[in-house]
Design a protein around this ligand. Structure first.
Ligand SMILES: N[C@@H](CCC[C@H](N)C(=O)O)C(=O)O
Length: 285
């Protein structure tokens, strides 16, 4: 099967995008195609695959598959890329529209100049804080904020936030010393997170500035994670390190995102998105 694709990234978090407005592919192939295209040696090389599809529930729909073929429920960097793609390809002729993910329907606002989308703001909706919905098993305390977390002969403090997908946030003194390689792969598979978890280490530079590194569920270390950046700002507020209603700049390996958990309960994310390549992938079927 010859599959037309576009490779895009948001702050270096790169996916192969398949446009089902112009190409038909049975969904049974999605996990295996995602695994194969992600392989840097035998495929194209990416953090996973995103399918852009028509839907009755919104102006456009997207599904995200991690590098290992598992399906994520949401993807912040992917949402900005999808917004750029549908506007620049003429699928949507508006600057304000809705995108459906497996988690929810969100609003996108694009800023363009001469037909090129330069920045995208997404209303990511409200964070989910209840332990059972993250999901995380443990005590009866409903919200997981600075909870003691023993792992690999260390005792850390975890704050757990779902942005439609699960995040475990650990504050560290300096980002350079974050034990990402050592603990990322261990915590992502920890049995306290029945659906696995995205693991974030966060250094608070000031109430309006965070340094951030991520080990993503299903993909490992990536340059950026949009939902993770949103979850980290929520965690920073919950731990009294940032203020709700203020913009917080999150410095990720691949660049910056501006996040605001507003007083109405919604998390806003603003950042860029880039198209880097287009072509055909030859899937052996
Ligand atoms: N990179 C993404 C998140 C992708 C999905 C995640 N790995 C999961 O399985 O939940 C982002 O930008 O949010």
């Amino acid at each position: 099967m010859k599959i037309p694709y576009t490779k895009m990234h948001g702050l270096g978090n790169n996916y192969i995008y398949i446009d089902l407005f112009h190409f038909d592919m049975d969904e049974k192939f999605f996990p295996e195609v995602a695994r194969q295209v992600s392989n840097v040696n035998t495929g194209i090389g990416s953090d996973g695959m995103i399918v852009i599809h028509p839907t009755d529930a919104a102006d456009v729909g997207m599904r995200i598959f991690n590098k290992d073929g598992s399906e994520g429920m949401n993807c912040g960097n992917g949402l900005r890329c999808v917004a750029k793609y549908v506007v620049e390809k003429g699928i949507i002729e508006a600057e304000h529209f809705n995108i459906q993910t497996r988690a929810n329907v969100v609003e996108a606002v694009v800023q363009s100049a001469n037909g090129i989308v330069e920045e995208v703001t997404i209303n990511m909706g409200a964070p989910i804080l209840q332990r059972s919905l993250i999901p995380m098993v443990g005590t009866d305390v409903e919200n997981v904020v600075a909870e003691s977390f023993a792992v690999a002969e260390r005792t850390l403090e975890v704050t757990a936030v779902s942005m439609g997908n699960p995040h475990a946030i650990f504050f560290v003194d300096t980002i350079a010393e974050a034990p990402l390689h050592e603990l990322g792969p261990v915590i992502t598979d920890d049995s306290r997170f029945p659906d696995q978890v995205n693991v974030e280490f966060v250094e608070v530079v000031s109430s309006k500035e965070l340094n951030f590194r991520v080990w993503e569920r299903g993909s490992g270390i990536t340059q950026a994670c949009g939902t993770g950046a949103c979850a980290s700002v929520v965690a920073s507020v919950l731990n009294g390190k940032s203020e709700r209603g203020n913009e917080v700049t999150v410095h990720l390996s691949g660049g910056d995102l501006v996040i605001n958990w507003d007083l109405d309960g919604t998390v806003w994310m603003t950042g860029g998105a880039e198209i880097v390549a287009e072509g055909n992938y030859f899937f052996p079927d």
